[in-house]
Design a protein around this ligand. Sequence first.
Ligand SMILES: Nc1ncnc2c1ncn2[C@@H]1O[C@H](COP(=O)(O)OP(=O)(O)OP(=O)(O)O)[C@@H](O)[C@H]1O
Ligand SMILES: [Mg+2]
Length: 279
Amino acid sequence: MTTASPMPIASLRNVSKIFDPDGAALVALNQVSLDIAPARLTAVMGSSGSGKSTLMHVLAGLDRPSSGTVHIGEREITALHEDELTALRRRRIGFVFQAFNLMPTLTVRENILLPFELDDRKPDANERAWITSIIKRLGLDERLKHRPGEISGGQQQRTAIARALATRPDILFADEPTGNLDGRSGREVMAIMSEAVRELGQSIVLVTHDPIVAAHADRVVFIADGTPVSELNDTISAEVIAQTMLDLDAQAEAAENASSETSQYAPEVSQYASDGGRR
Ligand SMILES: Nc1ncnc2c1ncn2[C@@H]1O[C@H](COP(=O)(O)OP(=O)(O)OP(=O)(O)O)[C@@H](O)[C@H]1O
Ligand SMILES: [Mg+2]
């Protein structure tokens, strides 16, 4: 039996992102086509420098691709002007940055409510109840009047997560949301995210290095050298994820060895091959 798959909440078509700081072109995303299903938790994994954050920034309209198209729902965001894109991001997209990006002069409460402030509106009764529940669940209720500089890294991380979830965006992107959290806080964050997906139909894409975190996902996409290379779907165990990561590392190493063997015969070819920006 086949069922028609729902319209993706986000999608990339032939997206490349090339950074060119000093004339040395670095291909961070290489012709990526990817559909993100709604009301699902999608995890993105891959080694450091493989392009995960770049992928998230391009999907969320925070950075423009060098080529290719990006859609959020039906809107092609690569076709929008900057002010239209800002409005769409504010209303429909939540983002938890790898480096939290909290406003240092605002309190925890003000940071969490910032998306409403920027949109020039106040949370309604439902939103207030939701915000109160995430604040409590994330253990921030005792810290609401503090500024980011007065709370721990883990509490800053949880404030950034509360802020991104506060407006119930159409899609939430979270770049290593459990990276700075102790085991218990990390589990609480994953419980809230899973609950938002199951009970509110929230769509979430998160980057993680942790197979146990990724095991909460409905789908795990592995990327290497700026392109998706493998994926797992449905019931996914941490063991299978860890094994897939090891297999991909071994494949990458074998490919690297093969290209350095080639170098004995054709130095210019291997130089080209190792120029892909892998760190
Ligand atoms: N603004 C930039 N200018 C130049 N190069 C960049 C820029 N941002 C990222 N890169 C490069 O693009 C590649 C992909 O970076 P990205 O941050 O997406 O990696 P990542 O998979 O998120 O890594 P990590 O796990 O360390 O966070 C890297 O080689 C990185 O150095
Ligand atoms: Mg990153």
